[in-house]
Design a protein around this ligand. Structure first.
Ligand code: ADP
Length: 271
């Protein structure tokens, strides 16, 4: 299977001035395949956000390459295709909302690319339905809760029909209710086939994914399914990443695999 995103030996530093730069990513390589739900975890300053901004060409590698459906993110002529394939949802919902009415906000990106009116209406309806915000379509976004605003921002990205959505700490400004709403939307989108990459420092959120990549000082130090990653409790704690209690992981896995009995969950090694 062809990957949606291929990251090949990517290094990146921020230039501080003429002479000095801060190296952040150091020879990072991995691929993201269609239908995956990937969590990138690491403590503050490990390079998560810098890495996620490489996944749709917001940042360009200093050395190495990022390929999105075979297009190199360094190819400026393919910028539009790349942004269309990989959508991004950021930390602050307020910064992503541009219109004064929810449905106009969701339609904003579609208007920019000249989608015909009927098609636009259909896509906005569908996106608001997926994030369960249809009943708020005529409301001003600034009256909504943080979780609701973030779902409107997700609808705006969904309406563009990307193949993959990258969430960069998209739940970190939300209260626990808002966080649950957004996590549920991510899970449901993934169940429908959308590829999800979520950048987080919450291990309990990472447990929702099917694959966890741990980043430390700009390098991927672990990459595998949650049950494998959580076996490395001590190493994770050394990286200031708290492994959620088994009971909490079990709860997440049970809700994901509610059609399995406890015995089957254990037998399959899901926890
Ligand atoms: P994380 O998302 O894991 O917290 P970041 O990718 O935001 O990590 O940051 C990694 C490192 O890069 C940190 O040391 C941070 O201070 C530095 N950094 C991030 N953005 C910039 C910037 N625009 N200019 C200079 N240094 C930056």
């Amino acid at each position: 299977m062809e990957p949606i995103i291929r990251v090949e030996d990517v290094s990146f530093s921020y230039k501080i001035n003429e002479k000095n730069s801060v190296p952040v990513l150091k020879g990072v390589s991995f691929s993201i395949f269609p239908g995956e739900y990937v969590a990138i975890i690491g403590h503050n300053g490990s390079g998560k956000s810098t890495l996620s901004k490489h996944l749709n060409g917001i940042l360009i590698p200093e050395t190495g390459d990022v390929w999105v459906h075979g297009y190199n993110t360094q190819d400026a002529t393919k910028k539009r295709e790349i942004r269309k394939t990989v959508g991004m949802v950021f930390q602050h919902p307020d910064n992503q909302i541009v219109a004064t009415i929810v449905e106009e906000d969701v339609a904003f990106g579609l208007e920019n690319i000249g989608v015909p009116r009927e098609e636009m209406k259909r896509r906005v309806d569908e996106a608001l339905h997926v994030v369960q915000m249809s009943q708020y379509r005529l409301r001003p976004p600034h009256h909504l809760s943080g979780g609701q605003k973030q779902r409107v921002a997700i609808a705006g990205v969904l309406a563009m029909q990307p193949d993959c959505i990258v969430f960069d700490e998209a739940t970190s400004m939300l209260d626990s209710f808002g966080r649950k709403e957004v996590l549920r939307v991510m899970r449901e989108m993934n169940e429908k086939g959308m590829t999800i990459v979520t950048v987080t420092h919450h291990m309990s959120e990472a447990a929702e994914a099917n694959r966890i990549m741990v980043i430390e000082e700009g390098q991927i130090v672990m990459d595998g399914p949650p049950r494998e990653i959580f076996k490395h409790k001590q190493e994770l704690e050394n990286l200031q990443l708290d492994v959620p209690p088994v009971s909490q992981i079990a709860e997440i896995i049970h809700s994901k695999f509610s059609f399995f009995s406890n015995d089957i969950i254990h037998e399959k090694g899901l926890i």
